[in-house]
Structure formats: C-alpha cells, structure tokens
Ligand binder design. Structure first.
Ligand SMILES: *Cc1c(COP(=O)(O)O)cnc(C)c1O
Length: 674
C-alpha cells in the first residue's frame, strides 16, 4: 500500500494476514487485537510506512518477550496444550521430593525464541521503545522448536530435548501473506514473515516484531528445518545460512513490507549480512559511507569465541558469488586472513558501535584498538515494568506521592531514598519482599523451604566464565556456615548449550555436589530447577534474599539478572564485573573476589575457583550474620542496615533499566525524534 495517499486501516491489517477469516477473525476486529487496542497498531504501522517519519529496524537472533509476565494477549478459544508451560522437575538434596513432585505452572508458555540474556535484552529493548514511542520494527527468526527443553537425569546430567510449541495458535502471533526468497548456493529458500506486536506498558503504542520462518511446504525438506532450533548446530553451513536468513532475509522482509527505515541496529554480529544486502542494492558501490551512516552495532561479549568467524570457503558454500565476495571484502580481520569475521563486517561498516557496560567498553577498545574511536559504552538495562513484581508495583503505587509515576519513568525510583527514614515504608518494603518469597516457596512447596531462612539464588546461562558451581566448590565451608550462623537455602537454575561439553560438566558437578549435601538437608537445602526461562527469571530475581553473581572478571560484558533483582530490593553478592562496576560505590550488597585491573583479559582456563570461593564464603558469613540479626525467630528489625541496602538497590534500579538505555541509544546512535 502507499501510505502517502491513505492511512493504514483495519482492512489493510486483515488483508495482510494469511488465513485471516478462518483463524484470526475471532480475535482481531476493528477495535481489538487479541484483547488489546487496535488503534495503537494502526498508528505504529502508519509511521513505518511514512517516508517523512524517522524509523529504525532492530535485528536480533533472539527475543525474550516473556508474555507470561508482561501483556499476555487474550484468545477467544482455549489455549492449546502445546502453548502452555510444561512440568518442571527439580533436582535437590531432598531427593525424595524430586521423585514425587514436579513444578506446575498454569500459564501461557513464553514464546520460546530466545536462549538467554541477549534475547531478554532485545525483548526489553522493544518494550522500552514502545513505552517511549519511537518508530521501530524488530527483525528476528521464528524458531519453530525453540532453543531446547532441558531435562536433568540422575547420573546423566543435562539431557536436551526438542521443545514443542505451536506458532499457529500462539496468542498474538500471526502469519503474513508476505513470502520472500533468498538465493543460496543450494538454491532458493522461501521465508514466510510472521508478526507479533509488542505493546507499551499502557498499551498505547506498539512495536511490530517481524519473524522469518523457513518451515514452508514449498521449500526443500531440509530447508524447512533451518528455522527449527536456535543455535542448534556448530556446523558452519547451518550457522552461516541462519545468519543469512536473519541479515539478508531481514532486509528483504523490510522491503517486502514496504517499511521506510532509515537506520539499522544490529544487536550482535549475527545480523552482519544485512550490510551485504544493503551493499548489493547500492548502485554506486564506491561510496561506503552511505552504508556506515545507516548501520549501528551492539557488541555483547568480550569472549573471543563469542564472535562469529567463518572460513571463506564455508561462506562461499552458502552465499552466491557476489555476496560471498562482499563478505570477504568487508569481513577479513587482515589482508592475509582466510576467515570472515562477522564482528569485523559490523565494525568496518557502521557509524556507531556500542559496548554494553562501561567496563566492557574499556575491554572492547583494548581488543579492537583500530576501532577504539567509535566504540562507545551504553550500559544495558532491563524493562522495569516487566521485572517488577506485583508486590513492589503495589508498594510504589502506595508511595506514589513521593516516588512519582514510576511506571512511565523508572527514573522516579531514585526517590525511594527519600523514604529511607519512614518506618512504615521500611516495614512495607520488607513485607513486599516476604510476599514474593512466599509466592516462590509456594510454587516449590513440597521441598519445604522456609520464609525466615537465608535464601540465595543463582540463575543464568551455564557458561564457564559465569562459574555456576562456585558456591558449591567447598561444601565443607558451606556446612560450617550453616552450623555456626544459621540455615541456608540455595536455589539454582540455568541451561548449558547442548554442544558445550564444559557447560554440561558444570551441571554434572552441581548435581554431584547437591547429592553430597543430602545428609545436611536440615541445615542446607539446595535446589536446581529445570528449564530456566523468563518466568523463573522473574520469580527468582524478585524473591530470594540475595542474588549471587560470580562471573570471572572481565568476561561478563554486562549481565542483567542482577538489575532485575535490585528493582525488587534483592541484595547483590557479586564479583566486580559488567554493570556492577558502575554500582561499586553503592550500598547494594557485597562485592568479593578477583578484580581485573585493565589490559589483557586473561583466559577462561584459570577460573580462580579456590581463591574466589573462599572469598565468597567469607562474604556469605557476613551477609548471613546480618540477615539473622535482621530476622530472628520470626521477629523483624525494620531498622536493620539490611533494609537500607534494599532501599539502595531500588534506588539504583532507576538507572539500570532499558528506558535509560534506549534514550541513550537514541541520543548517541539513532538520533530519531520520538
Ligand atoms: C535475565 C535473564 C538472563 C540474563 O541473565 P545474566 O545475569 O545476564 O546472566 C538469562 N536468561 C533468562 C531467562 C533471564 O531472564
């Protein structure tokens, strides 16, 4: 349609959807889109079609949108079983319970197109973009079989399984009539476009997310599986072709939709081939500055292995000759290299590059000195409205006079320190936390955890540098602490990439150590939950007393789970890395362990487990002493310094959120009006 002549209408929307009458007419009408205001959609689409409007496209391999905890769409018919949460098993040192009970969550399964923090950041970014009313379209992939489903087997460790869900009946997700074609060395691949709208917290604005899908009957059988599983393979052919789908396919998708997009933001190097597509479409190939102006790049990891590099021959096996040549032209780290680095395609051809925390900026400038001038640091954030528990939202509502409109603008949360001498507030704050803790313990009721017992949580991707088993490294020290100071509850969760043997070994180690602790279950209760996802992410980060973050510095570029925790007044026990470096002076918990001084980042092969676990146990001792002074036999001392720390946590949540981050993106990179 040509938007210059008319406005984008309900009819345009209905006409764009494949099988509208049969499958979607009950849920989409002239007023409502799966129970949400249709008007917000028409407004957003109109802006994307208008050339005079500055719009931007955001490319990401994964999106953690978390509809189970944020803006769930309504469906006229009952939710299909495939799109409900499955049962989660638990592995604990109270093993009798593990045999008998499972965790049941009676909710919509989160749309499973993410693997971890990168995707959650992309989802949170979309939400803040909608809240701030920028004109943006997200580009991603419809992973028909998600990332993977995790099972823990006794004596086997993690056993991965394909995850089953049903895009065709997922509330809010619709297939478009648009089908695009990618040319590859093995023939054309057709991709269907899907759409999912991400609404602002108040449902007034939306951001469309466009998802590409190769599961079409018209494709060769093995092409249909290309968009099955996120990060499914270490095989270069799969990896290159999936990145082609995202980058080249994403650009073609924007064209097919008729969106006028001025700028492209590549969230991580996966989408680098978008630059090739732009280049191929340029008539005058001598002026590469035109590309640079349009593209920006966020780099998410200092780990060298985290940057995609492919042999030129492998690239030639996938991309047609012209594209492969362009990949070579843009992606060689030096003249003699026989590899294409996606990071370098991005570094070479973007106007703005950002690292995801100040410390990461320093590391990145050290790693890529040639590009140091254009590397800025924009610290990650989380979407406050998504990650704030209900009890904390209620608390902020109650004190809104002092705090202000925290839901529209999380900067308001700085105001909580004004309430630090208010006895009622201190009590209400701690009570709100205890309410969260009760909700969590209710879900895992059979394991009999206690509300007034010191509870520490660790949940994230199981990667070596994150040191998942650090707290279990010397269980004798843990036992001593529990005997001398008071009981401990530890809740862990996380997925290891199925091809990452070291990650798998960490899980084995955790399971073994938990087993070792069976005899001590009356003073130490340890649980590891299967299938860490955004639902558990919110539950855990808002409900434990202390959030543990112990990556080996400086490998954690930012980390975001701690940001979810501070919003909910959960104290931090952390090494000095990522975002934490910017909060080191704040009274938000405890910092321990090895500190990176600058320069070379060292290697992950020396994880410093002995020294840093000692430091961790010393810090635990201090925290537990304070905890059991604060809460003694059910009596709570509301004047405790523990509660001052909780207040400081919330106070800093005013900064570590995606509202602030997206505004910085715009000021430093996008430069759009809103
Ligand atoms: C927040 C979140 C992450 C990211 O956590 P980090 O602290 O960055 O490791 C990963 N997975 C899920 C499910 C999350 O909710």
């Amino acid at each position: 349609m040509s938007a210059d002549q008319k406005n984008f209408s309900y009819t345009d929307l209905a006409n764009s959807i494949e099988g509208f009458e049969e499958n979607y007419a009950n849920d989409i009408n002239e007023k409502q889109y799966f129970g949400f205001p249709l008007e917000s959609i028409l407004k957003a689409e109109q802006r994307l079609y208008t050339p005079q409007e500055s719009s931007i496209a955001y490319f990401s391999m994964e999106y953690g949108i978390a509809p189970s905890i944020y803006n769930s769409f309504n469906l006229q018919k009952p939710l299909s079983e495939a799109n409900k949460f499955f049962q989660h098993e638990v592995f604990s040192n109270h093993w009798l319970c593990d045999y008998i009970f499972k965790i049941e969550i009676d909710k919509l399964l989160d749309i499973p197109i993410y693997g971890g923090g990168l995707g959650v950041l992309a989802g949170d970014t979309m939400k803040s973009v909608a809240d701030l009313n920028f004109s943006l379209a997200g580009i991603g992939i419809l992973w028909n079989k998600g990332y993977f489903k995790q099972n823990f087997w006794y004596k086997h460790g993690q056993v991965p399984e394909e995850l089953k869900w049903d895009p065709n009946t997922y509330p809010g997700l619709v297939p478009l009539k648009n089908i695009i074609t990618l040319d590859t060395k093995e023939g054309p691949i057709q991709l269907r476009l899907w759409k999912y709208y991400i609404y602002s917290f108040d449902k007034k604005n939306v951001v469309p997310l466009i998802l590409l899908d190769s599961n079409l009957k018209s494709n060769k059988e093995y092409f249909r599986k290309l968009t099955d599983q996120l990060y499914r393979s270490d095989n270069p052919w799969w990896k290159i072709i999936q990145r082609t789908i995202l980058g080249v396919g994403g650009m073609k998708a924007l064209e097919s939709l008729g969106y006028h997009v001025e700028r492209h933001h590549l969230n991580e190097g996966h989408a680098a081939f978008a630059i090739l597509e732009k280049y191929m479409k340029m008539k005058d190939k001598s002026s590469l500055d035109a590309i640079k102006k349009e593209f920006m790049f966020t780099c998410h990891t200092p780990v060298a292995a985290g940057h995609d590099r492919f042999n030129i021959q492998d690239v030639r096996n996938v991309l047609t000759n012209e594209y492969a040549k362009a990949a070579e032209l843009f992606g060689k780290e030096n003249q003699h290299s026989s590899q294409v680095s996606l990071t370098h395609i991005c570094l070479n051809n973007t106007s703005h590059v950002n690292a995801v925390a100040q410390k990461h900026g320093e590391v990145m400038r050290f790693q890529f000195p040639k590009f140091a001038d254009k590397i800025q640091a924009i610290t990650n954030g989380v979407h406050a409205y998504t990650w704030l528990s209900q009890s904390f939202q209620n608390l902020f509502e109650k004190y809104k006079k002092t705090i202000g409109p925290w839901d529209k603008d999380p900067r308001c949360l700085t105001q909580v320190t004004e309430l630090s001498k208010n006895k009622d507030f201190r009590k209400d704050l701690f009570t709100a936390h205890q309410e969260n803790k009760k909700n969590l313990l209710e879900l895992i009721r059979p394991w009999q955890l206690k509300e007034d017992t010191f509870t520490i949580g660790w949940a994230r991707r199981i990667a070596s540098y994150k040191r998942p088993a650090l707290i279990l490294h010397k269980i004798d020290r843990l036992i001593d602490l529990a005997r001398e100071i008071g009981p401990i509850q530890i809740i862990l969760a996380g997925k290891a990439h199925p091809n990452d043997n070291i990650g798998g070994a960490h899980i084995d180690e955790i399971l073994d150590q938990i087993d070792e602790l069976s005899y001590y279950k009356d003073i130490i209760r340890v649980l590891i939950l299967e299938n860490y996802d955004t639902y558990f992410g919110k539950l855990l980060t808002s409900s434990v007393d202390v959030w543990l973050n112990n990556p080996l510095p400086p490998f954690e570029a930012s980390g975001t789970s701690g940001m979810k925790a501070i919003l909910n007044g959960v104290l931090q026990m952390t090494t000095l890395d990522g975002w934490v470096v910017e909060a080191a002076e704040d009274n938000i918990g405890w910092i321990f362990g090895y500190q990176h001084q600058g320069g070379d980042i060292g290697t992950e092969s020396n994880l410093r487990l002995d020294e840093d676990s000692d430091a961790l146990y010393d810090t635990l001792e201090e925290a537990m002493k304070l905890y059991y002074k604060t809460i003694k036999k059910g009596k709570i001392d509301y004047s405790s310094p523990w509660i001052d720390k909780m207040i400081q946590c919330v106070h800093r949540g005013a900064f570590f959120n995606t509202h602030r981050m997206v505004k910085e993106y715009n000021e430093k990179m996008w430069k759009l009006g809103s």
